[in-house]
Design a protein. Sequence first.
Length: 360
Amino acid sequence: MKRRKFIQQAGSLPIAAALATAPQVGNAALIPEFRWTMVTTWPKNFPGFGMGANFLANLINEMSGGRIQISVYGAHEKVAPSEVFDTVSQGKAEMGHGAAFYWQDKVRAAQFFAAVPFGMTAQEMNAWLYQGRGLELWQELYAEYDLIPAACGNTGVQMGGWFNREINSIEDFKGLKMRIPGLGGEVVKRLGAEPVLLSGDEIFRALEQGEIEAAEWAAPYNDVALGLYKVAKYYYYPGWHEPGTTIECIVNKQAMNQLPKDLQLIVTNAMKVANQEMLAELTAKNHRALEVLLKVHKVELRPFPDEVLEQLRVASHEVIQQELEKDPRAVKIYESFENFRQQAMAWHDVSERAYMLARE
Ligand code: CA
């Protein structure tokens, strides 16, 4: 009788009050105050990037004591990678996880917040975003789309790519069919190559069947995952086209504004932690994967000749100038980016670079 009475009483109470006396796990509130959806451009749980999205969602959940709960969706689970930007912009999802060059057809200027050939390294990029005007300019660019952008990962310097043709001079780019997206693709096109757009899972087959002769994907850890060493002879470096690719998180502005101040700070700072965490993870895993590629798979590692890098640098500058004409909003962004890059280079010449040469 007592038990029935209790159940009747509990049934008449609001759920939250009824649950208030129930045991809790850690600090986690049983009923989240905010349930968010995060759409991503990555295959579900993809090493590095997809896992980085999961890490961020979990971190926000834990830091908020369970008040924010985020469900993460892989590419095509809810929307296609190319639709992530619009989905979050329209408030159909509260968060998105990808990279700014995925929206290059919509917002060309966004590419400067992802990867710029001969641009900044991860360390320099983060310094520009947080301590230069970078983040402010990025927020300004996305404001009209009701989006708040943030860096939430970085690859560090990528590799130059996998080649089945030796690159001894710039002439060797002529007629080269290569998987290379974004501004890097525009650069090799200018030098007579034929850039091909393929998603990660299509690269192996295309190289194997000779549809392409070269492909860049990322760096050892992610490249080993695709098995590219089995279908290409030479592994060239450095990744002049992606010297520190920033992974992007976008938050719908209304969704962010609905959060109380403390939760806003948690979301913003969790993204900063995720940014650092991914770079650390990829750096550590690239170390190990490079060793495996060289010692176990006997991959032939090749540097691009200096003269080739010089020509790529000239062509990159020309491509960037063209980009500025395509999207006038990019002019102010690039000016800030380039000023910061020049300063960073002058400082890093006598610090990072000098030290790296000295320690050999
Ligand atoms: Ca890449």
